[in-house]
Design a protein around this ligand. Structure first.
Ligand code: 13P
Ligand code: SF4
Length: 311
C-alpha cells in the first residue's frame, strides 16, 4: 500500500478494527479475490481465485459471506450457499466480460448447435450458468472441456480462454466473442520489451490474455496457480501477465524474488472499487445483499456442482 498521511492512516486502522469487530458480531467471513486492493486482501479471512473462493464459500460455517470481488463471484457464493447471507460491498462492482453475453444470445447459439454441450466460464451471470451444462474457471477449463462426452462444445463468454483450451483439446469449440477488457490490454510488444529488459525473468500469463501473448508465456495459469508456480520455481524474476492486485501477496510470500508487469498499470477498475470504507459499511448496514431467484439458482447450481466434482 502507498504511504499515507498519518491521520488517514489512523482512519484506516480504525476501519480495520471496526471490520474485525463487526465480522465477529455478524459471524461473517470475508473472502477477497486476488485482484482486490492490498488493504482489502490484508483484512480478508481468505484470498483466492474464482475456483478456490467458490469452494470456500460452499464450505464455510459463517452466517454471512462478504465477497470482496465482482458481482458474479458473490452470485456464485449465493448459488452454492442459499441459506447464508451473501454481501457484495459495492453494488456496481461487475465484470464487463460477464455482461457481454445474455440469455437470448446463448439460446440462439444452442439452437444453432443442438449437438453441443455448453461450458460457461464462471465469469458469467447466474442466468447464463443456468442455461449451461457445466461451468469452468481458468484453473480447470481444459479438464472440464475434455471431461465431456460430446465432440462439440459451445464455450462462453471468453473467446481467449476458449482459444487457450483449444490448444489442449481435439474437440470442436464454438467460442462466444467475449473478452476481458483488462487482459486484452496486455500487449505482446510490451511483453517482448519487458523480456528484453529482464532476460532472466519467466513470463507467467493468465489465460484471459490474447493468443499472441500466451505464445510468449513460460507458464499459463489462474491467479492462484501463479502463487504456486512462483513459489516452486527456481527463477528469481517474473513478468506477470495479469491484474496488478496479484503482486501484493506475490511480493509478501516471495520477498527475495522480483516481479515486473509488462506495462505500468494493469488494472480491473471493477475489482478496485472495493475499499475498506465500503467493506466496513457492508458489514455495518448488511449491504448489498446478492440473491438469485430459486429457479435460476437450482439450474445454475447443477452447472457449478458438475464443475466442482471435477478435480
Ligand atoms: P481467476 O479465476 O484466475 O481468479 O480469474 C478471475 C478473473 O476474473 C480473471 O480476470
Ligand atoms: Fe472481469 Fe477482467 Fe475484471 Fe476479471 S479482470 S473481473 S474478467 S473485467
Amino acid at each position: 500500500m502507498e504511504k499515507q498521511h498519518p491521520e488517514y492512516q489512523d482512519y484506516l486502522e480504525g476501519l480495520k478494527d471496526e471490520i474485525a469487530s463487526l465480522k465477529k458480531k455478524r459471524n461473517a467471513v470475508i473472502l477477497a479475490h486476488n485482484y482486490q486492493r492490498d488493504e482489502v486482501q490484508e483484512v480478508a479471512d481468505i484470498c483466492g481465485d474464482s475456483l478456490g473462493l467458490s469452494r470456500q464459500a460452499a464450505r464455510t460455517e459463517a452466517d454471512v459471506i462478504v465477497f470482496c470481488g465482482v458481482h458474479f463471484m458473490a452470485e456464485s457464493a449465493a448459488i452454492l450457499s442459499p441459506r447464508k447471507t451473501v454481501l457484495l460491498p459495492v453494488q456496481e462492482a461487475g465484470c464487463p466480460m460477464a455482461d457481454m453475453i445474455d440469455v437470448p444470445h446463448l439460446r440462439e447459439l444452442k439452437r444453432q448447435h443442438p449437438d453441443a454441450q455448453v461450458v460457461t466460464y464462471v465469469n458469467s451471470s447466474a442466468a447464463i450458468k443456468a442455461e449451461s451444462d457445466i461451468c469452468c474457471t481458468s484453473a480447470n477449463a481444459v479438464e472440464v472441456v475434455n471431461s465431456l462426452d460430446t465432440r462439440k462444445i459451445i464455450f462462453t463468454p471468453d473467446r481467449n480462454l476458449a482459444f487457450y483450451v483449444s490448444r489442449f483439446s481435439d474437440k470442436e469449440i464454438i467460442a462466444y466473442d467475449g473478452f476481458c477488457p483488462t487482459h486484452i490490454l496486455i500487449f505482446a510488444d510490451a511483453v517482448k520489451r519487458a523480456k528484453a529488459e529482464h532476460p532472466n525473468a519467466l513470463f507467467v500469463a493468465h489465460p484471459e490474455c490474447t493468443p499472441d501473448v500466451i505464445d510468449l508465456a513460460d507458464h499459463v495459469c489462474s491467479t492462484s496457480g501463479m502463487y504456486g508456480f512462483v513459489r516452486e520455481s527456481d527463477a528469481d524474476e517474473f513478468i506477470i501477465g495479469t491484474e496488478s492486485g496479484i503482486l501484493y501477496r506475490l511480493r509478501q510470500q516471495n520477498p527475495q524474488k522480483k516481479f515486473y508487469l509488462p506495462s505500468e498499470h494493469i488494472l480491473c477498475p471493477n475489482m478496485k472499487m472495493t475499499t475498506l470504507d465500503w467493506l466496513a459499511q457492508s458489514l455495518r448496514y448488511m449491504r448489498y445483499r446478492v440473491e438469485v431467484p430459486e429457479d435460476i439458482r437450482q439450474k445454475a447450481k447443477i452447472a457449478l456442482d458438475r464443475m466442482l466434482k471435477i478435480g
